[in-house]
Design a protein around this ligand. Structure first.
Ligand SMILES: C[S@@+](CC[C@H](N)C(=O)[O-])C[C@H]1O[C@@H](n2cnc3c(N)ncnc32)[C@H](O)[C@@H]1O
Length: 220
């Protein structure tokens, strides 16, 4: 059942979508964040994924992180609820072997269990209220067969985080969660094992990758 939260509607706007890469990732700070996020994903893929395999990148947005996956030889399905964001991704990757793009709602994925070897997700969890986040995680875990790499923004109290939170309100996570809550949440789930929580940068400490292994069901 779909719930309302800002990021569900916001990126449907043509103007916001077509400016997304430029507004977020062209400044020196934006380029640095992008590099750091790419490097984190690259390292996680090298450590935990094996070829051949397919990856669901959800939400893919403009396909910003596809090159990391393609360059390592994986097929990628990019999913997003926004046609406008998908159009930006199509402009960059249309016709590229091994890449396909599909409109989908992360709360209700149109795939059977274990359909993808891997699931990756950047910059979504922080936009989701807790109940939606839980539903989205249920869905991502359901369709993944092996490993999930999920970007979270934790509530931390480093100077940079506090500065962003109080002085750059539009720039900060909408629903940051304490790391302890996320650890507990995944430890309680019987169908995944928490492999690692990897902070993406030494100076910011909020953005992290939560890496999960799907446990086979009894009898699988
Ligand atoms: C901040 S962007 C992140 C895009 C990309 N992962 C990145 O890191 O550049 C958030 C994206 O989440 C998408 N989104 C929001 N709610 C969604 C949902 N329920 N299902 C699929 N995509 C969703 C938006 O359309 C938007 O493209």
């Amino acid at each position: 059942m779909a719930a309302e939260y800002k990021a569900r509607e916001r990126y449907q706007d043509q103007g916001i979508a077509s400016n997304y890469d430029e507004v977020r990732f062209q400044s020196w700070h934006g380029r640095l964040s992008h590099r750091i996020e790419e490097a984190g994903l690259d390292a996680a893929i090298k450590k935990y994924f094996s070829r051949p395999g397919n990856i669901l990148d959800l939400p893919c947005g403009t396909g910003r992180l596809f090159p990391v996956m393609i360059n390592q030889g994986f097929d990628v399905v990019g999913g997003d609820i926004s046609e406008a964001m998908l159009d930006c991704a199509r402009k960059k990757f249309q016709g590229k072997a091994g890449v396909s793009l599909e409109k989908m709602d992360a709360e209700n994925l149109p795939y059977p269990e274990n359909h993808f070897d891997y699931v990756t997700s950047y910059r979504l969890m922080t936009h989701l209220p807790r109940d939606v986040r839980r539903r989205v995680l249920d869905e991502m875990i359901r369709v993944a067969r092996k490993i999930l790499v999920l970007n979270f923004h934790f509530k931390v109290f480093t100077p940079l985080y506090v500065f962003n939170r109080f002085f750059r309100k539009n720039n900060c996570p909408a629903y940051p969660v304490p790391e302890t809550e996320i650890r507990r949440e995944f430890e309680e789930r019987k169908n995944v094992r928490l492999l690692e929580i990897r902070k993406l940068s030494w100076y910011e400490r909020s953005s992290a990758l939560v890496i999960l292994e799907k446990r086979p069901r009894q009898g699988d």
